[in-house]
Design a binder for this molecule. Sequence first.
Ligand SMILES: [Zn+2]
Length: 240
Amino acid sequence: MADGFHADILAIAAHRDDVEQTCGGTLLKMAERGYRTAVLDLTQGEMGTRGSSDDRAREAAEAARILKVGWRQALDIPDGCVQNTYENRLKIARVIRQLRPRVLILPYWQARHPDHANVSPLGYEAAFLAGLSKLDLGAQPHRPFKIIYASLYADVRPTFVIDISAQFETRFAALMAYRSQYEDQATGSGLFPRQAEIRERIAAMAGYYGLLAGVRYAEPFVQKEVGLMEDLLTIPVQSI
Ligand SMILES: [Zn+2]
């Protein structure tokens, strides 16, 4: 763990390759703007049908390099068993205190995979704990200013989208860095679509969210708070 690294933005996800699918373009775009980005994967991927957790670690590091992520680590929460326990909240709160992000990206709270859904309240409650001054975790208390939820795989209308038209190709390359998962192989070929099919699906999703805002490709997010505007003349996205 790189000592002293502070992040502007921290994305937390259940599995290695989750952020590449839901908010990788956004992380890359923010890095290109000069912000320091970080990714915390909660599990190490030992339950994956293909490849080992060591393969996953190498692939995640390569994907992070492609997305210009400044810091990436995985916790040791069991794959397939991500639960909102006090112990897990403390593990995440330590990382939040260490990295001191202003913005926290979590998965949306409804999902097909229980691990994904559970990260949402787990991350929120960890962020709360991280700010408690009397909780001794060996680092100064810190709470992110903003929590947003990556909602790509949720059937929900996003509060806003981030235009990733310029980042789409690189984000796809980051996902394909998970060669053990996405290269065409015989093992489990019923579960893993070929790369061209994956690309078509990912482009369709990004294209749909882009269309909602009048751009080519976008990633969707939900925020629980209302939006605050200063100037009616600079609100983006055409109405008519
Ligand atoms: Zn996942």
